[in-house]
Design a protein around this ligand. Structure first.
Ligand code: HGY
Ligand code: MN
Ligand code: MN
Ligand code: MN
Length: 411
């Protein structure tokens, strides 16, 4: 299956260039969805798409598509590649961008090769994969796959009080295409693993066959503000202490279970947030994940039950808002096998695995055969400036993508 390889220097150079766009005053990479810095990243990607001679399309949720449809291509259902270029706060330079830029590189390589595909090949940069500013995450691909109504998505209020649709208009990426204006023949997403498995096992490529379920909730606990010095412990309705008990409950339960369940409280805020005032309100997020849907539901039920008991014991009010809920996904076994074959044909060891992170492929799998390719993350670190993948692994993964696309684009 192997053929010509891609332009490694161009791909690595673009990853590094995009990785410098959107640094804050402290040098952290922050390209939150529909922000000014993300606009700069979008503009750079659009420049590269146009420079590659691809047609450009932007849909109403701001998903950007670079379309290669040579004359004579008859089949309308494109082969779709891509990922995202929005980031978390203090991100690495590979998460998402690696898949988008590799998809573009693969198309440019096949074009230069003079390949005549049987179908269009498209690379996408999906809006708001990270979900840090606007929940849920994977929003652009979820809307594209028909899992979230476009008007509801555009009306989403961000953590900063902004409205997504207004921000997309403000940055010039409220496109005119209806989401899902084309249905893909298949979708392949190349991504860094963001975990420790491949590096630990010394394996350069993974064919991802599953992606775990994700449950995001925001919990608000309300108690009474009171004086930190005069209020006896027994008379307190301490929202801060109640929140701390919930956080400890989640961690202890996940640690005690011999299952892959993970639980994370990533955001928390107190009101009035003063050193000598017992918190009247605590607001925090809960990120629960598990590869098994029944177990994920059990974890959600256990949390709900614990919140009930805490409300009584601590005499606090508790409300919960669901922010995102995605079931585990099994990817297309045919494409997974193709990825394994492509890797091995290049002499690369390859293993199958489950993705711990959410990805746009989780959404596109709802409407088309999809799969993912992972390459190792050094130290398993991601969502952190120390995120790193060796250039040779980046290129190996992109060449596997190239070979898989060459095959699927001509079948
Ligand atoms: O949360 C996730 O796993 C994804 O990076 N949005
Ligand atoms: Mn990602
Ligand atoms: Mn991410
Ligand atoms: Mn992701």
């Amino acid at each position: 299956m192997t053929g010509q390889s891609l332009d490694a220097a161009r791909l690595i150079g673009r990853i590094r260039t995009l990785g410098e766009i959107g640094r804050d005053a402290d040098g952290r990479l922050v390209r939150l969805a529909a922000s000014d810095t993300e606009k700069l990243g979008r503009d750079q990607f659009v420049t590269w798409v146009k420079g590659a001679g691809l047609d450009l399309a932007v849909d109403r949720i701001g998903n950007i598509f670079g379309i290669w449809k040579p004359d004579g291509v008859t089949d309308d259902a494109p082969l779709l590649l891509g990922s995202h270029i929005d980031t978390v706060i203090g991100a690495g330079i590979y998460d998402g961008c690696y898949g988008v830029l590799s998809g573009l590189e693969v198309i440019e390589t096949l074009k230069a090769e003079g390949l005549t595909p049987s179908r269009p090949v498209v690379v996408a940069a999906f809006t708001n994969e990270e979900g840090v500013r606007y929940a849920p995450d994977m929003m652009g691909s979820l809307v594209y796959a028909g899992g979230l109504d476009i008007e509801t998505a555009l009306a989403t209020i961000g953590t900063d009080g902004t409205v997504l649709g207004q921000e997309l208009r403000r940055i010039g990426y409220a496109g005119e295409h209806e989401p899902g204006f084309f249905r893909p023949h298949a979708y392949i997403e190349l991504h860094i693993e963001q975990g420790p498995v491949l590096e630990r096992e010394g394996i350069p490529v993974a064919a991802v066959e599953y992606l775990q379920g994700i449950s995001w909730q925001r919990v608000t606990i309300t108690g009474d503000a009171n004086h930190a010095g005069t209020t006896p412990i027994s008379m307190r309705r301490d929202a801060g202490h109640a929140a701390a008990r919930v956080i400890t409950f989640l961690r202890d339960r996940a640690r005690a279970s011999n299952t892959p369940t993970v639980a994370t409280v990533g955001c928390i805020s107190f009101e009035p947030n003063a050193i000598n005032v017992i918190p009247s309100r605590a607001t925090f997020t809960v990120d629960l994940r598990d590869p098994d849907e029944d177990r994920l539901q059990e974890e959600e039920a256990a949390l709900a039950e614990f919140l009930e008991s805490i409300s009584t014991e601590e005499q606090v009010g508790i409300s919960v808002e669901r922010l995102a809920r995605f079931e585990p996904v099994k990817f297309d076994q045919g494409i997974v096998t193709l990825i394994e074959t492509a890797a091995r044909d290049r002499g690369l060891a390859c293993r199958r695995m489950t993705s711990g992170a959410g990805h746009d492929a989780q959404m596109i799998a709802r409407i088309a055969p999809s799969a993912m390719i992972f390459v190792p993350s050094i130290g398993g670190i991601s969502h952190n400036p120390k995120e790193y993948t060796a250039d040779e692994d980046l290129i190996a993964g992109a060449n596997v993508l190239l070979d898989v696309v060459r095959r699927l684009a001509t079948e």
